[in-house]
Write a protein that binds this ligand. Structure first.
Ligand SMILES: [Zn+2]
Length: 124
């Protein structure tokens, strides 16, 4: 690692940047984690957030979508197709918008707290 400047793991994760330097891109595709940070050379190959981001997305998007649908139904009594047109695309769009930053935050916090499974020897 080149610099000793502390990096806020939440800020680095939300920006989808390397958790060590906050500079290099964390992802090389939409969700594929880079093998190595381009800026500081941090080995990211062992980084694995598992199902963590999906759990938070299900909870966050579920609450937003369900309460929005309930409010709309109670306040306006629209036909069913209005719910389908509004809430299905909203759920998909919110999930796609949130998955990258949430995965970035989870990986950055994993790195920050040294919780990666790669650090354990002889477990498997
Ligand atoms: Zn880096």
């Amino acid at each position: 690692m080149a610099g000793a400047r502390p990096v806020n793991p939440v800020a680095a994760g939300l920006a989808c940047r390397c958790p060590a330097c906050g500079e290099g891109p964390l992802f090389e595709g939409f969700l594929r984690v880079s093998r190595r940070c381009e800026a500081c050379g941090l080995d990211l190959a062992a980084a694995d957030s598992g199902d963590g981001p999906a759990v938070f997305i299900v909870l966050i998007v579920g609450v937003i979508t369900c309460f929005s649908a309930l409010f709309t139904e109670i306040a306006f009594h629209p036909p069913v197709w209005v719910h389908l047109v509004l809430w299905l695309p909203l759920a998909v769009i919110l999930a796609l918008v949130l998955v990258r930053p949430l995965k970035g935050v989870m990986l950055a916090l994993q790195f920050h707290h040294r919780a990666s499974e790669a650090g354990h020897d002889g477990d498997d």
